[in-house]
Design a binder for this molecule. Structure first.
Ligand code: UGY
Ligand code: MN
Length: 248
């Protein structure tokens, strides 16, 4: 018998694990005929927003990016994305980056299509242009080994340019692969597992994690992960990058 009083989700001062068993839907103006789960946002203490959208056959997302840039990634299914007049079909692993000041329409989904979003307030850098709309496909992005370990592969989906103040990467760990050190850093993360399972250490607490789970790590939340099971563990994650680290 399952006991409904138990969950793997936790929300702490500098990290959170959100497993799907705790989802409650939000209604988002302009996003119709879909369910939206807001997994990470500033109410938690975060400086990013991460959502998961599950579309019905008539699902339709419309809006205009204002202060925040917006990144859509197709986790399952397919849909059409039109951003400031540019239209493309998006299938699993494909994505669109929408800079500030652009209108968007996501429609014609297969029923059940799941989209991940990351949102970040854009910090312009003097002397560098605001990035342009970018359509891409993770299948076309190389995954070199990470820090010399062939069990770890890192795909960097957005250009490594100073005009971007956010990165979105896909991290793949073969079973038994693990971070080679406990990371302690100023950058913040939001992530969702696309495949597999393992154990994440967050600020000296240990969590079993699997496909579908999301994690928020605040700046300086200590982090380490090892993959377990029979298939690689894969997560897609957000990181703030490329801006001056202090106001002091
Ligand atoms: O890019 C990163 O900081 C990454 N290695 N962190 C993580 O996966 N927790
Ligand atoms: Mn990190």
């Amino acid at each position: 018998m399952e006991i409904s009083a138990l969950t793997r989700s936790v929300v702490k001062r500098n990290h959170a694990v959100i497993s799907p068993d705790g989802y409650i839907n939000s209604r988002v103006p302009g996003w119709k005929n879909c369910t939206v789960n807001v997994l990470i946002n500033e109410q938690m203490g975060a400086n990013l927003c991460q959502t998961l959208i599950t579309m019905t056959e008539t699902g339709k997302l419309t809006g205009v990016t204002q202060a925040s840039q917006l990144f859509f990634y197709v986790i399952s299914g397919q849909c059409t994305a039109t951003v400031s007049g540019e239209k493309q079909t998006l299938t699993v692993g494909q994505f669109v980056y929408i800079p500030i000041g652009n209108d968007y329409l996501i429609d014609q989904p297969d029923a059940g299509t799941q989209l991940l979003t990351f949102h970040k307030v854009y910090e312009k850098l003097e002397g560098f242009p605001v990035p342009l709309v970018l359509f891409g496909d993770a299948a076309n992005v190389a995954g070199p080994m990470y820090l010399g370990d062939p069990a770890l592969r890192l795909q960097v989906l957005l250009p490594d340019e100073l005009s971007f103040d956010m990165a979105v990467n896909i991290f793949t760990y073969d079973p038994g692969g693990h971070l080679p050190l406990v990371e302690t850093h100023i950058m913040e993360h939001g992530l969702i597992y696309l495949q597999g399972q393992g154990v994440y250490m967050l600020d000296k607490d240990w969590y079993p994690i699997k496909k579908g789970d999301s994690i928020w790590m605040a700046p300086y939340c200590q982090q380490w992960f090892t993959a377990m099971g029979k298939e690689p563990a894969v997560y897609i994650y957000y990181k703030n990058v490329n801006r001056f680290p202090t106001t002091v």
